[in-house]
Design a protein around this ligand. Structure first.
Ligand SMILES: [Zn+2]
Length: 305
């Protein structure tokens, strides 16, 4: 079931054991089989051939770039099916790689390109983008402010002053389709006020909270509804910057909606027939998220039972 989601399907072996050997990691960087994926402002390099794909650079192409002195130390993503070590790095200044490497290469927005590249490459993209962003934004120890040093290929940083270890964060978000009989609840948030655009209710999990408790609390806060049965559906990594969307179906036990005006501009019931039209892009009053988002699949799974 999980395979359906964009940003899942990463087939790299993340090579956990080798990450503890810094010398071996350095050797992998020199390997002739190594592949490198550059990001500029968190946008991956994409190569346009017949279909778009991630714009991997060979070790020679990567070495040539070092002369520009504008690249960060590559992070290790893992080994692909040919045992080639895969790395990602970020470029601090834009270079015309198309011209320089004579390949059809261009940096594209992650979300925009995610629906066009292969399933497993969307998974690699999610891993690389989230990790690069975490490395960029976490340069100093949150306990003593000393500068951090990177280990294990970019998945751990350590403060050499107070010895605290820092790990990349993943923020769990519950996202749920609330339904009752032949209708469901969809909402419009303040940040996404496009005409007729509605989606599932969602929110960050609090500390000390189970998934079910977070679903009940978020639904109550955003819509005033109480929830009975909760069923887990599937999950999706969402690398903006590093969320994990936990998708559920939740059955409402009452119907009167009280909107949380701080967060939502509208929350309302939609009949199943309207939702089915919206899934086919044929509704005049309702627009729902596209297939890139787990919300689409939660809505679809309910509408088609
Ligand atoms: Zn420290």
């Amino acid at each position: 079931m999980n395979k359906i989601h964009t940003f899942t399907g990463n087939n790299l072996n993340r090579g956990d054991s080798i990450r503890y050997d810094e010398k071996k990691l350095d050797k992998l960087l020199q390997s002739i089989k190594a592949k490198f994926l550059p990001f500029y402002e968190l946008n991956p390099l994409i190569e346009y051939t017949e279909t778009p794909k991630l714009g991997w650079l060979s070790n020679t192409e990567f070495s040539d770039m070092k002369e520009f002195k504008i690249i960060t130390k590559p992070i290790f993503l893992g080994f692909d099916e040919n045992e080639s070590p895969n790395f990602a790095f970020s470029i601090n200044k834009k270079i015309d790689l198309k011209k320089k490497l004579k390949r059809n290469l261009v940096h594209i927005d992650s979300r925009e390109i995610a629906t066009e590249i292969s399933q497993h490459e969307t998974g690699i993209l999610a891993q690389a983008k989230s990790n690069i962003e975490w490395n960029k934004k976490n340069k100093f120890c949150s306990s003593c402010s000393n500068e951090l040093k990177s280990f294990r290929g970019g998945i751990m940083k350590k403060c050499l002053k107070c010895s605290m270890e820092h790990f990349p964060r993943t923020d769990p978000v519950v996202i749920m389709l609330v339904y009752k009989d032949e209708k469901c609840v969809l909402g419009q948030t303040r940040i996404r006020q496009r005409n007729g655009f509605y989606s599932c209710l969602a929110g960050f999990m609090d500390q000390g909270e189970s998934i079910e408790e977070a679903v009940r609390r978020e639904v109550q806060e955003e819509s005033g509804l109480d929830v009975g049965k909760i069923q887990y559906h599937s999950s999706q990594p969402w690398p903006f910057p590093s969320s994990l969307m936990i998708g559920c179906h939740a059955e409402a036990i009452n119907e009167k909606i009280i909107i949380d005006k701080n967060e939502m501009t509208d929350v309302k019931w939609f009949p199943k027939e309207e939702v089915i039209l919206a899934l086919k892009n044929k509704s005049k009053i309702l627009n729902i998220p596209g297939t890139v988002a787990i919300a689409h699949h939660l809505i679809k799974a309910w509408a088609h039972n």
